[in-house]
Design a protein around this ligand. Structure first.
Ligand code: ZN
Length: 250
């Protein structure tokens, strides 16, 4: 399969997830229509309160190593998916993926809407995950002017260990860690950004902050530099996710 040529083909992505879901026993459900396109969710046949793992990608359509990385990780970890109760959103902005756009057709950034619930897809996820307490939530992202891999970890996490550094260490087998002191206008330390609650974007709440606030014990937002080779970015995303899941869920 030519990964590069297909990375923005939304229906091809859905087809692969459908096959994977069937293979590992995950339910696939169309949960909303966004910009005329169906949005899908995959989940274990368990109550949401038992779900341990929340994974999502493609909320920004110009970040294909997120959607491809999530699929590649899942395809490599079928055993985990048939055992660990999970909920997966393979692509939260289908129109954006097709058009290589961060935004929706209306020009909205869906990663700034999690305190509003105006968009059908986000509102549906907020509702669906009510009562959930995930052990781990991960959002896979990319950044076009990153100098390497980096991640966000909410500073509200009580248990401070070196998991964030270990995750980046795993990814650094493929892409070096962004060592800048300031990334995206925020203070960073060895590729880790822990934004203070007071410094959250004024435009609206991001998905990761929402999850950490009321749905998950640990949340990470992974970022790969989208100027590098797609295959390598996918490998870095897979390595980071592998590490987080292994440490927290196995
Ligand atoms: Zn993003």
């Amino acid at each position: 399969m030519n990964l590069i040529g297909n990375a923005h083909n939304y229906m091809h992505l859905v087809k692969r997830w459908r096959e994977l879901g069937r293979k590992v026993g995950l339910r696939i459900r169309k949960f909303a229509t966004m910009d005329g396109l169906p949005c899908y969710e995959l989940s274990s046949k368990r109550d949401i309160s038992e779900c341990q793992l929340y994974l999502s990608a493609g909320i920004h359509g110009d970040e294909p190593a997120g959607t491809e990385g999530l699929y590649a990780w899942a395809n490599k970890n079928c055993k985990i998916l048939s055992r660990v109760p999970v909920i997966i959103y393979p692509c939260l902005n289908p129109w954006g993926l097709l058009e290589n756009s961060r935004f929706t057709l209306e020009g909205k950034d869906l990663n700034r809407q999690w305190d509003k619930g105006e968009d059908v897809s986000i509102a549906e996820i907020i509702q669906k995950t009510m009562g959930a307490q995930f052990s781990l939530a991960v959002n896979l992202h990319e950044d076009y002017d990153a100098h390497g891999i980096y991640l966000y970890e909410p500073p509200t996490v009580k248990k401070r260990d070196n998991l964030a550094s270990q995750i980046l260490e795993s990814g650094s087998e493929y892409i070096t860690i962004d060592s800048r002191k300031k990334i995206e206008g925020r203070w960073a330390r060895k590729g880790i950004i822990r934004p203070a609650p007071s410094s959250l974007p004024k435009e609206g709440l991001p998905e990761g902050a929402f999850l950490q606030e009321c749905r998950a014990e640990r949340t990470f937002v992974f970022e790969t530099p989208s100027e590098l080779d797609l295959q390598v970015r996918v490998q870095a995303q897979v390595a980071m996710l592998d590490h987080a899941v292994t440490k927290l869920l196995l």
